[in-house]
Ligand binder design. Structure first.
Ligand code: ATP
Ligand code: MG
Length: 719
């Protein structure tokens, strides 16, 4: 059979990887060097040159999006549909196996997958049953510990006996959690993988069946596999030894979630004689982009070490934009995309990448107002996030006490001792009397239909909401939001938990305060409504609309983590500021900074033709204004590869060796300075634009809010 269509589009090293005789193969190569292409063509080669049936191939990718794209490419290559070929994520594939072998895996046929929130609730229930105080045993930490153990393939009974009370308690909770899940047929995410691994370890027949079935196992993004994933791959390919792995140590970005980049190193030991192929030519990015990415990643000490080169022309310089604040940043990005699209480019050739999901909100706002279709990948849009809906639940209930969905959502969140039995009574009463939950709740209390403790808890909740309602009278929307987050206990609830996810929730909640502060009703809005109702209506609309359909030509927004493996002609890497990227947490833990730098490398190498790096001098994020310092990664880009297209009016051009600003003359207007205006009183300078007598200054006055002032025409006094 003619296989030239499979081999011609490859370079020599790629061709060697694709045509290696059966056996273990490791392709270790940098970004954009064609690893995913090699994996795809290897599948084509196996089918057409080696005569392997597609049914005998298993390909593991990192996301469903990647797997869909890969299937498309293989079908194009083979020119026939590959429906029967197993291709998907670790979780997807293991879940499928568990469904087929539920009995052997010791699960009921109707076993149910629980997400992280369900898991959390279950752990709290167990703490209750074991009579453990949540204040001392934060459920999120226990959840995290349990998942850690599972990811290392350790069951409760594997934990060593210990005299330590803390260890003993963890053991008790873990063991009860396992028992509980087993009894109810519940399977969490880590369990899907662990159960499958155990099934393969313990059941020889099943193991051999699948080993025979999957003669060839291929895995992309191998650097981000964790302990059980690698063990399972090894078991599956133990008899055939046909494991084909591709990866890049410089792109290992999930260390914080248990991924083990060491798997790349152990592969060579585990499979002596394996074919190791290195690819060094990059086909994705133009010269300047690649040179800059190489220079940044070279700062990491802990690397296997490789350098990429390209035949492509230097192309455009990377562009650096210093925005005055996050809104300016978003406006610049959206404006640039508009001209890009006007030049005849597709919208889906553009990606806006950021470190923290909370950053998406400002971009979404600007894209919406520019009527530019967009889609947020991986991670929900801001107003769809659970914690934001929780906070809005409070605000809705304040705005309308009869909102039953809001009542149900928050009545016991954070937990305040209102159990299901109590709620059932209130529901029942509201049904029979045809009144809202709120009204039913106050009536069951006044008619003493609830036991004293439950009545006390419900009464306290009603009082809390009534008090919050009273606060709406003379407070700004921003203050109200802040007040709700604090007095409801929501912020505290998430703050107490130490997990990464809870931290993100706190950040999102604080970002809601920023959203409230910046909220300006559209002119078309019904002016009869109060500001709170308008804000809530806007949130509901934003959650439901605006986002384009998957197939539509739209701008792509995603976190750097979700961008792995993808490529776009035009890329914006936004929020390049110390504390945001690299993230604050990474500055406190050794090793994490290198992971952040790898993330930066991943981000930069997504760009094919043009890369923009953006930072804002002042960023209002998580409800606070931050006077930022440019990311250290910016200073690691060689000057020859970058041009500064705007340093904000008050900043000096980018300095090598750090973006620290010079001490400025203290009599100059500059962000952060306190000033007094004859009419508006005292305030703080937020940003400046223009020069000389055309300078405009944005000032946040404590009494009247934010205003633009032209100092040439107003008397401003420095204080
Ligand atoms: P990442 O590390 O980001 O996942 P990768 O190593 O998987 O990148 P690919 O996505 O496979 O790289 O390839 C990067 C780009 O280079 C793709 O557009 C691909 O089509 C192209 N490419 C790869 N190999 C070749 C080649 N030999 N000739 C021309 N183009 C190529
Ligand atoms: Mg790839």
């Amino acid at each position: 059979m003619d296989v030239s269509h499979i081999l011609d589009p490859l370079n020599d090293a790629q061709r060697r990887a694709v045509t290696t005789p059966p056996g273990p193969v490791l392709v270790l190569a940098g970004a954009g060097s064609g690893k995913t292409r090699v994996l795809t063509h290897r599948i084509g080669w196996l089918v057409q040159a080696e005569g392997i049936s597609p049914l005998q191939i298993l390909a593991v990718t990192f996301t469903n999006k990647a797997s869909r794209e890969m299937r498309g490419r293989i079908e194009e290559l083979l020119n026939f549909p590959t429906g029967g070929m197993w291709m998907g994520t670790f979780h997807g594939i293991c879940h499928r196996l568990l469904r087929m072998h539920y009995q052997e895996a010791g699960l009921p046929e109707t076993f149910e997958i629980i997400d992280s929130d369900d898991q959390y609730r279950l752990i709290r229930r167990i703490l209750g049953e074991l009579d453990l105080d949540e204040a001392y045993w934060p459920p999120r930490q226990l959840q995290w510990a349990i998942n850690q153990h599972k990811e290392e393939a350790r069951r409760a009974h594997h934990l060593p006996a210990s005299d330590d009370y803390h260890q003993q308690t963890l053991y008790r909770v873990y063991a009860s959690y396992e028992e509980f899940c087993q009894r109810l047929g519940l399977v969490d995410f880590a369990e899907i993988l662990l159960r499958t691994l155990e099934l393969f370890k313990n059941n020889q027949t099943i193991r051999e069946t699948w080993q025979k079935r999957f003669r060839h196992v291929l895995v992309d993004e191998f650097q981000d596999t964790n302990t059980i994933q690698y063990q399972w791959l090894r078991l599956l390919s133990a008899s055939s030894r046909n494991l084909f792995a591709v990866g890049d140590d410089d792109q290992s970005i999930y260390g914080w979630r248990g991924a083990r980049v060491e798997n790349l190193l152990t592969f060579e030991k585990d499979y002596p004689g394996a074919e190791i192929v290195r690819l060094e030519q990059n086909y994705r990015s133009s010269g300047h982009i690649l040179a800059a990415a190489n220079a940044v990643i070279a700062r990491n000490e802990d690397r296997m070490g490789k350098e990429l080169w390209t035949e492509a022309a230097d192309g455009n310089l990377i562009r650096l934009y210093g925005a005055s604040n996050e809104i300016d940043e978003a406006q610049f990005v959206v404006g640039t995309i508009e001209s890009w699209v006007e030049q005849g480019n597709r919208r889906d050739s553009v990606a806006i990448l950021y470190r923290s999901n909370a950053q998406s909100r400002v971009f979404e706002e600007q894209l919406l107002s520019a009527a530019m279709p967009y889609r947020v990948y991986g991670g929900l849009r801001f107003f769809e996030r659970a914690e934001i809906k929780d906070a809005l639940g409070y605000m809705r209930l304040i705005s309308n006490h009869d909102s039953d969905p809001s009542f149900e959502r928050i009545v016991n969140l954070p937990p305040r001792g209102i159990g299901n039995r109590t709620l059932e009574k209130i529901r029942e009463y509201s049904r029979t009397q045809q009144i809202s939950m709120w009204q039913a709740a106050s009536q069951v209390i006044s008619q003493e239909l609830l036991p004293a403790r439950a009545a006390g808890a419900v009464g306290a909740f009603l009082k809390l909401i009534s008090e919050m309602t009273a606060q709406t009278e003379d407070n700004s929307l921003e203050d109200l939001t802040d007040h709700v987050l604090n007095t409801s206990g929501l912020l505290e609830h998430y703050r107490k938990e130490k997990s990464e996810r809870a931290q993100g929730r706190v950040e999102n909640l604080e970002e809601l305060v920023s959203a409230a502060r910046n909220f300006i009703p559209a002119e078309t809005d019904d002016n009869e409504l109060d500001l709170l109702s308008l804000f809530l209506a806007n949130a509901a609309l934003e959650a439901g609309e605006g986002q384009a359909e998957e197939w539509e030509d739209c701008v792509q927004l995603m976190s750097l983590h979700s961008a792995k493996g993808l490529e776009f002609p035009l890329v914006f890497l936004c929020g390049m500021e110390e504390g945001l990227f690299p993230h604050q947490r990474s500055l406190e833990e050794p090793g994490r900074l290198e992971e952040e730098r790898r993330l930066c490398y991943v981000g930069m190498t997504r760009a094919m033709e043009q890369l923009y790096l953006c930072y804002a001098e002042i960023r209002r994020l998580y409800g606070k204004d931050h006077y930022t310092q440019g990311s250290r990664f910016l200073t690691e880009v060689p000057t020859a590869n970058i041009e500064e297209i705007r340093s904000s009016a008050i900043s000096r051009p980018l300095q090598r060796g750090g973006l620290r600003k010079e001490e400025k003359n203290s009599n100059e207007l500059q962000p952060g300075k306190q000033v007094r205006h004859e009419k508006f009183g005292e305030g703080m300078v937020v940003t400046l634009e223009g020069q000389g007598e055309h300078t405009r200054v944005q000032i946040h006055f404590s009494e009247v809010g934010t205003k633009w002032i032209i100092p040439a025409y107003a008397s401003l006094e420095m204080i």
